[in-house]
Design a protein around this ligand. Structure first.
Ligand code: SF4
Length: 369
């Protein structure tokens, strides 16, 4: 089973923390861009014949800012050119205030069955400060159009002037509006983004404070019946993101559009982040790939370990042996010995103890060779 990712790089405006590939000023290019995405999908279709895809994910950017018929067109094309499983999970990211009843009805008719809404915070002053175009009320209205659907909400922590109560209120709002899945990410102030000056001015909470916010939010989510299945992802049982689980299980996926990444036949490759270059390449029948590498040997082993240890299910020892022909405890004897107090080995799997999952990066450094 494999996944399909489609990147829609348009937004209404740029958030102050945004380091994603998104072009607020180029929305006028959306139709031309989508024609290129269709062409890229057709170009790749032949080599992917025989692969069964069981998830599709429209991410961005803001997929919901473009014409809904472009999304419908993508789904039609996937069904005609690719082998899409009947029970495929099909997700679209939506920003509050950018999708109305008609759009959502078209999405549903096209087979979209999972909706991920960018709430970020229930505090309007914080939303304004980070440059979001919506209010908490917009989130309420958009999620009201999706009642009964499989709903996920994104929440950010580590923001300026954000209290623990703000984070609890964001969780409360998401849950009240029907979210069965919550992605909770700490702000990463990237150099070159406007929010970086807040970081330089010491206006953002430090890493210990953010870790504390996270810990309390996790406990709060537990009380609400959510469990953590990946370091930043929480769901009610049965509402995990199948698309993202496939990434962490080192499953295959193909990405279309500007900056989209793929992992197929042991190759990782990524499209250009430049919209004009992307369009030019596709128009001249070239794949717009800028990074392309076969992942093998020690790199492949580390990759599987690193991805699996982000999750609560952890690493399957049998899968490791089947993939590489060697034993995980033998290959990683030294780092395992060093980190034994942080790990659990049970039922043929190894995972990081719950209380250390948030600091998994420092544990994983020891596994890197
Ligand atoms: S909505 Fe998302 S992709 Fe768009 S500018 Fe904001 S953070 Fe970036």
């Amino acid at each position: 089973m494999a996944g399909i990712y489609i990147h829609i790089p348009f937004c209404k405006s740029k958030c102050r923390y945004c380091d994603f590939t998104s072009y607020p000023s180029k929305l006028g290019l959306a139709d031309a861009y989508m024609a290129c995405v269709y062409k890229e999908m057709k170009l790749r279709a032949k080599e992917l014949k025989g692969k069964l895809f069981d998830t599709v994910y429209f991410g961005g950017g803001t997929p919901s800012v473009i014409d809904a018929m472009s999304i419908v067109g993508c789904m039609n094309l996937i069904r005609s050119e690719y082998n899409l499983a009947k029970n495929a999970e099909v997700t679209i990211e939506i920003n509050p205030g950018t999708a109305d009843k008609e759009k959502i009805s078209l999405y549903k008719k096209a087979g979209i069955n999972r909706f991920s809404i960018g709430l970020q915070s229930a505090n309007d002053a914080i939303l304004e400060d980070i440059g979001r175009i919506h209010t908490a009320e917009d989130f309420v209205k958009t999620s009201a159009l999706l009642q009964g659907e499989n709903l996920s909400a994104d929440i950010m922590i580590g923001l300026k002037n954000q209290t623990q109560q703000d984070i609890f209120s964001s969780v409360d709002l998401a849950v009240k509006c029907g979210a069965k899945h919550i992605s909770m990410y700490a702000l990463t102030p990237e150099d070159g983004t406007p929010i970086y000056s807040d970081y330089l001015n010491g206006e953002l909470p430090d890493s210990d404070e953010v870790a504390d916010q996270y810990e309390k939010a996790w406990n709060y989510l537990k009380e609400k019946g959510f469990y953590r299945y990946e370091v930043s992802n929480f769901s009610k049982p049965g509402f995990e993101s199948r698309h993202n689980l496939n990434y962490w299980r080192r499953g295959e996926y193909i990405g279309f559009g500007v900056s989209a990444s793929s992992f197929m036949n042991n190759r990782r490759f990524t499209n250009t982040r430049d919209l004009d270059d992307y369009i030019k390449c596709i128009m001249t029948n070239y794949y717009p790939v800028v990074d392309d590498a076969v992942i093998e040997g020690e790199d492949a082993k580390f990759e599987m370990v690193m991805l699996a240890l982000r999750t609560s299910e952890g690493l399957s020892l049998a899968k490791y042996k089947n993939t590489f022909g060697t034993d995980f405890p033998v290959d990683f004897f030294e780092p395992l010995k060093k980190n034994v107090e942080y790990l659990v080995c049970e039922n043929g799997r190894v995972h990081i103890k719950d209380e250390y999952l948030y600091v998994q990066n420092s544990i994983l450094m020891d596994f890197l060779r």
